[in-house]
Design a protein around this ligand. Structure first.
Ligand SMILES: Nc1ncnc2c1ncn2[C@@H]1O[C@H](COP(=O)(O)OP(=O)(O)OP(=O)(O)O)[C@@H](O)[C@H]1O
Ligand SMILES: [Mg+2]
Length: 229
């Protein structure tokens, strides 16, 4: 895919929560562009709005203000089904808690998103993504036979199986030690360089966040700093 092509654009994004008479401004007017072939990290302390922003960009939650374009198309007013279609076409997801199904093998877990797309899994393709995350020798294992770092690699392979243009990872190293966390971020760097995909990753770890090409720092729902490396 063409490098530098715009994948997601948010303008003046807001997500306010009303709690009684109090308004929580979880995301408070954020402009953000994610282009192909870049790794962007969103840094910020707990409660700064990272997850809320990721949910807006993932079309899992609707903004209370501003606009969002995914591959040039406004998602405003789309139905739940249409939004799910946008997600499946463009995005893969990785979560802090891995969410691997315990009774399925690693390979079967990786293939799960294909079932939602009504696509036939192709074991050779599955082995290829498992190879990209360094888990080709664990394909037939169950998740509880893996280390934490390996579980997250399996979850990353599951995110990659649909060939997403953008991999979105919310605090993917939150349950990992520092060595495994670093290797997950290194893996993200390789995936961006080798596959030309984009990665949006949140973390509150400054030294990890700086491994991205671009670091967006949030505070109280606003962008307070943006750095390029
Ligand atoms: N459903 C909700 N209702 C009301 N307030 C919410 C809701 N979800 C999030 N918030 C508030 O929005 C703010 C941002 O939360 P968010 O989860 O986006 O932070 P975060 O940066 O991801 O934090 P963490 O690093 O702890 O994951 C917080 O003040 C939070 O309490
Ligand atoms: Mg969060």
């Amino acid at each position: 895919m063409e490098k530098g092509k715009t994948i997601i654009e948010g303008f003046g994004l807001k997500r306010y929560y009303q709690r009684g008479s109090e308004t929580v401004k979880a995301v408070d007017g954020i402009d953000i562009v994610i282009r192909s072939g870049e790794m962007v990290s969103v840094l910020g302390p707990s409660g700064s709005g990272k997850t809320t922003l990721v949910h807006l960009l993932s079309c899992l939650d609707a903004p209370t203000g501003g606009s969002l374009l995914v591959e040039g198309v406004s998602v405003e007013g789309l139905s739940e089904d249409e939004l799910a279609g946008v997600r499946r076409k463009t995005m893969g997801f990785v979560f802090q808690k891995f969410y691997l199904l315990p009774t399925l093998t690693v390979a079967e877990n990786v293939e799960l998103p294909l079932l939602f797309l009504r696509k036939q899994p192709d074991r050779a393709a599955t082995m290829e993504v498992l190879g990209q995350v360094g888990l080709e020798d664990r394909a037939e294992h169950l998740p509880n036979e893996l280390s934490g770092g390996q579980m997250q690699r399996a979850a990353i392979a599951r995110g990659l199986i649909i060939n997403p243009r953008l991999l979105i990872a919310d605090e993917p190293t939150g349950n990992l030690d520092s060595e495994n966390s670093k290797s997950i971020f290194d893996l993200f760097g390789h995936l961006v360089r080798d596959k030309g995909i984009s990665i949006l990753v949140t973390t509150h770890n400054l030294s990890l966040g700086r491994l991205a090409n671009r670091v967006i720092t949030l505070q109280d729902g606003k962008v307070v700093k943006e750095d390029r490396f």
